[in-house]
Design a protein around this ligand. Structure first.
Ligand code: DC
Length: 218
Protein backbone atom coordinates (compact mmCIF):
# COMPACT_ATOMS: atom_id res chain seq x y z
CA UNK A 1 0.00 0.00 0.00
CA UNK A 2 1.96 2.98 -1.28
CA UNK A 3 1.00 6.38 -2.52
CA UNK A 4 3.92 8.38 -3.93
CA UNK A 5 3.12 12.05 -4.60
CA UNK A 6 5.44 14.03 -6.88
CA UNK A 7 5.15 17.73 -7.70
CA UNK A 8 7.37 19.98 -9.77
CA UNK A 9 7.49 22.60 -12.53
CA UNK A 10 7.58 21.81 -16.25
CA UNK A 11 10.89 20.45 -17.45
CA UNK A 12 11.88 19.20 -13.99
CA UNK A 13 11.82 15.65 -15.36
CA UNK A 14 9.09 14.59 -12.94
CA UNK A 15 6.96 12.74 -15.54
CA UNK A 16 9.81 10.60 -16.82
CA UNK A 17 10.93 9.88 -13.28
CA UNK A 18 7.42 9.17 -11.95
CA UNK A 19 6.74 6.74 -14.79
CA UNK A 20 10.04 4.91 -14.25
CA UNK A 21 9.48 4.66 -10.48
CA UNK A 22 5.97 3.25 -11.00
CA UNK A 23 7.28 0.69 -13.51
CA UNK A 24 10.12 -0.37 -11.19
CA UNK A 25 7.81 -0.80 -8.18
CA UNK A 26 4.89 -2.34 -10.09
CA UNK A 27 2.58 0.56 -9.18
CA UNK A 28 -0.07 2.44 -11.12
CA UNK A 29 0.85 5.86 -12.54
CA UNK A 30 -1.34 8.95 -12.78
CA UNK A 31 -0.25 11.99 -14.79
CA UNK A 32 -2.60 14.72 -13.54
CA UNK A 33 -1.15 17.20 -16.05
CA UNK A 34 -2.55 14.96 -18.79
CA UNK A 35 -6.00 15.39 -17.21
CA UNK A 36 -5.66 19.21 -17.30
CA UNK A 37 -4.43 18.99 -20.90
CA UNK A 38 -7.34 16.74 -21.92
CA UNK A 39 -9.80 19.08 -20.21
CA UNK A 40 -8.32 22.10 -22.01
CA UNK A 41 -8.55 20.30 -25.36
CA UNK A 42 -12.15 19.30 -24.60
CA UNK A 43 -13.09 22.88 -23.65
CA UNK A 44 -11.26 24.29 -26.67
CA UNK A 45 -13.12 21.96 -29.04
CA UNK A 46 -16.40 23.00 -27.42
CA UNK A 47 -15.44 26.66 -27.89
CA UNK A 48 -15.86 27.26 -24.13
CA UNK A 49 -12.34 28.07 -23.03
CA UNK A 50 -13.27 31.74 -22.71
CA UNK A 51 -16.26 31.03 -20.48
CA UNK A 52 -14.84 30.09 -17.07
CA UNK A 53 -18.31 29.70 -15.56
CA UNK A 54 -19.10 26.90 -18.04
CA UNK A 55 -15.90 24.94 -17.32
CA UNK A 56 -16.72 23.05 -14.09
CA UNK A 57 -19.78 21.36 -15.61
CA UNK A 58 -17.95 20.67 -18.85
CA UNK A 59 -15.06 19.07 -16.96
CA UNK A 60 -17.47 17.11 -14.75
CA UNK A 61 -19.10 15.57 -17.83
CA UNK A 62 -15.88 15.11 -19.82
CA UNK A 63 -15.78 11.48 -21.09
CA UNK A 64 -12.14 10.95 -20.10
CA UNK A 65 -10.40 7.59 -19.89
CA UNK A 66 -6.85 7.68 -18.61
CA UNK A 67 -4.67 4.58 -18.53
CA UNK A 68 -2.75 4.04 -15.28
CA UNK A 69 -0.17 1.77 -16.92
CA UNK A 70 3.24 3.49 -16.71
CA UNK A 71 4.31 1.61 -19.87
CA UNK A 72 1.30 2.85 -21.83
CA UNK A 73 -0.22 6.03 -20.38
CA UNK A 74 -2.89 6.47 -23.06
CA UNK A 75 -5.52 9.22 -22.74
CA UNK A 76 -8.92 9.00 -24.46
CA UNK A 77 -11.69 11.53 -24.85
CA UNK A 78 -15.05 10.13 -25.93
CA UNK A 79 -13.21 7.03 -27.13
CA UNK A 80 -10.70 8.97 -29.27
CA UNK A 81 -6.99 8.56 -28.50
CA UNK A 82 -5.74 12.07 -27.63
CA UNK A 83 -2.37 11.03 -26.16
CA UNK A 84 -0.56 12.92 -28.95
CA UNK A 85 -2.98 15.86 -29.41
CA UNK A 86 -2.78 16.88 -25.72
CA UNK A 87 1.01 17.41 -26.08
CA UNK A 88 0.87 19.88 -28.99
CA UNK A 89 2.18 23.40 -28.39
CA UNK A 90 -1.37 24.65 -28.97
CA UNK A 91 -2.59 22.72 -25.92
CA UNK A 92 0.53 23.66 -23.90
CA UNK A 93 -0.29 27.27 -24.74
CA UNK A 94 -3.94 27.16 -23.65
CA UNK A 95 -3.93 24.71 -20.74
CA UNK A 96 -3.40 27.39 -18.07
CA UNK A 97 -6.67 29.02 -19.13
CA UNK A 98 -8.39 25.97 -17.73
CA UNK A 99 -5.97 25.02 -14.93
CA UNK A 100 -6.20 28.50 -13.36
CA UNK A 101 -10.01 28.31 -13.01
CA UNK A 102 -10.38 27.21 -9.38
CA UNK A 103 -13.89 25.63 -9.63
CA UNK A 104 -12.73 23.57 -12.65
CA UNK A 105 -9.68 22.43 -10.65
CA UNK A 106 -11.98 21.26 -7.84
CA UNK A 107 -13.76 18.93 -10.24
CA UNK A 108 -10.49 17.47 -11.54
CA UNK A 109 -9.05 17.15 -8.03
CA UNK A 110 -12.13 15.13 -6.98
CA UNK A 111 -11.64 12.81 -9.97
CA UNK A 112 -7.94 12.46 -9.12
CA UNK A 113 -8.66 11.65 -5.47
CA UNK A 114 -11.12 8.95 -6.53
CA UNK A 115 -8.45 7.38 -8.76
CA UNK A 116 -5.91 7.45 -5.91
CA UNK A 117 -8.40 5.89 -3.47
CA UNK A 118 -9.22 3.09 -5.92
CA UNK A 119 -5.53 2.28 -6.46
CA UNK A 120 -4.10 2.31 -2.93
CA UNK A 121 -3.41 -1.40 -3.46
CA UNK A 122 -0.83 -2.17 -4.70
CA UNK A 123 -0.19 1.56 -4.92
CA UNK A 124 0.15 4.52 -7.24
CA UNK A 125 2.61 7.22 -8.24
CA UNK A 126 0.78 10.52 -8.82
CA UNK A 127 2.47 13.52 -10.35
CA UNK A 128 1.48 17.14 -10.92
CA UNK A 129 1.61 20.53 -9.23
CA UNK A 130 -0.64 20.16 -6.17
CA UNK A 131 -0.39 16.46 -5.38
CA UNK A 132 1.64 16.72 -2.16
CA UNK A 133 -0.56 19.56 -0.92
CA UNK A 134 -4.12 19.07 -2.22
CA UNK A 135 -4.73 15.79 -4.07
CA UNK A 136 -2.84 13.37 -1.80
CA UNK A 137 -1.34 15.22 1.19
CA UNK A 138 -1.54 11.93 3.14
CA UNK A 139 0.77 10.16 0.64
CA UNK A 140 3.43 7.85 2.09
CA UNK A 141 6.17 9.61 0.14
CA UNK A 142 5.93 13.31 -0.84
CA UNK A 143 8.48 14.77 -3.23
CA UNK A 144 9.19 18.00 -5.05
CA UNK A 145 11.41 17.48 -8.07
CA UNK A 146 13.00 20.75 -9.13
CA UNK A 147 15.68 21.81 -11.60
CA UNK A 148 17.37 25.07 -12.47
CA UNK A 149 15.68 27.29 -15.05
CA UNK A 150 18.49 26.55 -17.53
CA UNK A 151 18.13 22.79 -17.12
CA UNK A 152 14.35 22.95 -17.49
CA UNK A 153 14.53 25.05 -20.65
CA UNK A 154 17.15 22.73 -22.16
CA UNK A 155 15.05 19.61 -21.46
CA UNK A 156 11.83 21.07 -22.82
CA UNK A 157 13.59 22.37 -25.95
CA UNK A 158 15.08 18.90 -26.56
CA UNK A 159 11.70 17.24 -25.89
CA UNK A 160 9.65 19.49 -28.11
CA UNK A 161 12.07 20.67 -30.77
CA UNK A 162 14.73 17.97 -30.77
CA UNK A 163 17.49 20.51 -30.12
CA UNK A 164 18.68 22.90 -27.41
CA UNK A 165 20.41 25.67 -29.37
CA UNK A 166 19.79 29.35 -28.59
CA UNK A 167 16.81 29.57 -30.95
CA UNK A 168 15.07 26.47 -29.60
CA UNK A 169 15.61 27.69 -26.03
CA UNK A 170 14.14 31.11 -26.85
CA UNK A 171 11.08 29.49 -28.44
CA UNK A 172 10.60 27.28 -25.39
CA UNK A 173 11.00 30.13 -22.93
CA UNK A 174 7.47 31.50 -23.00
CA UNK A 175 5.96 28.07 -22.85
CA UNK A 176 7.89 26.98 -19.75
CA UNK A 177 8.33 30.18 -17.75
CA UNK A 178 5.04 31.91 -18.51
CA UNK A 179 3.11 28.72 -17.84
CA UNK A 180 4.85 28.09 -14.51
CA UNK A 181 4.18 31.68 -13.50
CA UNK A 182 0.47 31.38 -14.36
CA UNK A 183 0.20 27.96 -12.74
CA UNK A 184 1.95 29.03 -9.55
CA UNK A 185 -0.89 31.48 -8.93
CA UNK A 186 -3.17 28.53 -8.11
CA UNK A 187 -0.81 25.76 -7.02
CA UNK A 188 2.27 26.23 -4.93
CA UNK A 189 5.01 24.00 -6.32
CA UNK A 190 8.15 26.09 -6.52
CA UNK A 191 9.03 25.80 -2.81
CA UNK A 192 8.57 22.66 -0.72
CA UNK A 193 5.77 22.66 1.87
CA UNK A 194 6.56 21.11 5.29
CA UNK A 195 7.19 17.37 5.11
CA UNK A 196 8.00 17.37 1.39
CA UNK A 197 11.47 16.23 0.29
CA UNK A 198 13.19 18.19 -2.50
CA UNK A 199 15.20 16.46 -5.21
CA UNK A 200 17.12 18.87 -7.43
CA UNK A 201 17.56 17.09 -10.77
CA UNK A 202 19.59 19.84 -12.53
CA UNK A 203 22.80 17.82 -12.52
CA UNK A 204 21.31 14.33 -12.33
CA UNK A 205 20.56 11.92 -15.16
CA UNK A 206 17.11 10.31 -15.31
CA UNK A 207 18.58 7.09 -13.85
CA UNK A 208 20.23 8.98 -10.99
CA UNK A 209 16.99 10.81 -10.21
CA UNK A 210 15.01 7.55 -10.27
CA UNK A 211 17.61 5.99 -7.95
CA UNK A 212 17.28 8.93 -5.53
CA UNK A 213 13.49 8.50 -5.44
CA UNK A 214 13.71 4.70 -4.94
CA UNK A 215 16.15 5.26 -2.09
CA UNK A 216 13.67 7.57 -0.37
CA UNK A 217 10.82 5.12 -0.91
CA UNK A 218 12.85 2.40 0.79
O1 DC B 1 2.75 18.71 -16.24
P1 DC B 1 2.12 19.26 -17.51
O2 DC B 1 2.97 20.27 -18.22
O3 DC B 1 1.63 18.20 -18.44
O4 DC B 1 0.82 20.03 -16.98
C1 DC B 1 -0.08 20.65 -17.84
C2 DC B 1 -0.72 21.85 -17.18
O5 DC B 1 -1.63 21.48 -16.16
C3 DC B 1 0.28 22.81 -16.57
O6 DC B 1 0.08 24.08 -17.15
C4 DC B 1 -0.06 22.87 -15.11
C5 DC B 1 -1.39 22.21 -14.97
N1 DC B 1 -1.43 21.30 -13.84
C6 DC B 1 -1.96 21.75 -12.66
O7 DC B 1 -2.35 22.92 -12.57
N2 DC B 1 -2.07 20.92 -11.60
C7 DC B 1 -1.63 19.65 -11.69
N3 DC B 1 -1.76 18.83 -10.64
C8 DC B 1 -1.06 19.18 -12.90
C9 DC B 1 -0.95 20.04 -13.95
Amino acid sequence: MTVIAIDGPSGSGKSTVAKAVAARLGLAYLDTGAMYRAAALWADQAGLLDQPEALPKLVQQMPLEISLDPADPTVRLAGRDVTGPIRTSRVSGIVSRLSTVVPARRVLVARQRAIVAANRRPGIVVEGRDITTVVAPEADVRLLITASEAARLRRRALDQRGQAGAEAIAATRDEVLRRDRDDSAVAQFLEPPPGVTVIDSSDLSVDQTVAAVLELVR
